[in-house]
Design a protein around this ligand. Sequence first.
Ligand code: IMP
Length: 431
Amino acid sequence: MNNTVVVGAQWGDEGKAKITDLLAEYADVIIRYQGGCNAGHTVVVNNEKYKFHLVPSGVLYKNKFCFVAAGTVIHPETFLEETTELKNRGVDLSSLKISPLATITLPYHIDIDGISENSSGKNKIGTTKKGIGPTYSDKIGRYGLKIQDLYDEELLNSRLDAILPLKNKILEKVYGTKTYSKEEMFQYCKKYAEIFKPYVCDEWVNKLSSSLKEDKKILFEGAQGIMLDIDYGTYPFVTSSNPIGGGAATGSGIGPTHIDNVIGVTKAYVTRVGEGPFMTELLDETGEKIRTIGGEFGTTTGRPRRCGWFDAVLSRYCVLVGGLTEMAITKLDVLDTFDELKVCNAYRDKRNGKIYNDYPTNINLHKYLEPVYETLKGWKTDISNAKSLNDLPENARKYLNRLEELVGIPIKIISVGADREQTIVLENPFK
Ligand code: IMP
């Protein structure tokens, strides 16, 4: 058994899609287990770009069981758009299935997300406005609608009776926005039922348990990043799901005893979109240089990403809360032209010099802290064609070795460009 979870080990956008795409070739089952269409996963195959939001990128391979599991939230129209585009481009979706237990993002979830963000002023979170928080809030508050509710009229009727009266009061009185009649919601639900019908997998229990019995290789595809985790991220500047490794167990329906490896995908530097603390952020021309060379603009929203140096304090924290067993380092080539590279190995309290080697989870403290850096020499060489560790210049290897030492887990995959081919795989868990 070598079942493997791929998670983002920073604030999302680490290049998970490329790593999952790479491993998917050797997996039998690929499961997307949390988040929704806030995710934007870009995969480049033979110079062709595919953008995924909800569908596991494993669909690009034939005959893999690709499953969007119960821990996800699904916006029907976005799902329709994404699947239609993939079909139009000739991708076979016959093995794509979704869980009847996944929660639906309804029109008012998006309304609420937009209004909340727009009215929060300087306290805004910087969400993707895809209705993620409001959908998860309703799920946890037991006011959510599950995909399976769409196919039983009596049940749907009673769910809408339970949900709508209170929801409409809130929409009208709190948010001052449009309310939804039961008839209107029925019409939406009819449409959603059609959209999801070809994909709903009522036999998912059998499918997953037989996959385990038959020792199939299972790849769990995470979305967002550990630092955006609702429990362990920089709350409240987080998403509303659990991108930590443990999220794969709760979100997929396959318990933790069936998980063997958790790969933390980590950029060779750090980026973040949206608001919230970011200790190694560079607000100068070095940050601008990383953004330009790295093409650091959001896949889902197009927003410029904040950029900064590699933060080993944060990565060590991700090893603990994410259960990481190894790292995949991405975008190493973005650092090709730098004379010097900095790596943060501790935080210092500006008030009294106190050193923090462990990530302080009280973000109110962060305003008093500054990063303590060590400086490494750059390699000033184009590494985008490197095929093995030996092809990397000595200073690039030294940089990677130092990251391993500081973070405390091995690097098993190194990415030196966007294409599938531009990857150095030191160990593939499925081979
Ligand atoms: P939400 O998930 O749309 O509610 O947004 C909450 C926070 O998570 C915001 O800071 C977003 O920018 C961030 N976020 C959500 N999804 C992603 C992602 O896929 N990559 C990077 N950041 C994300």
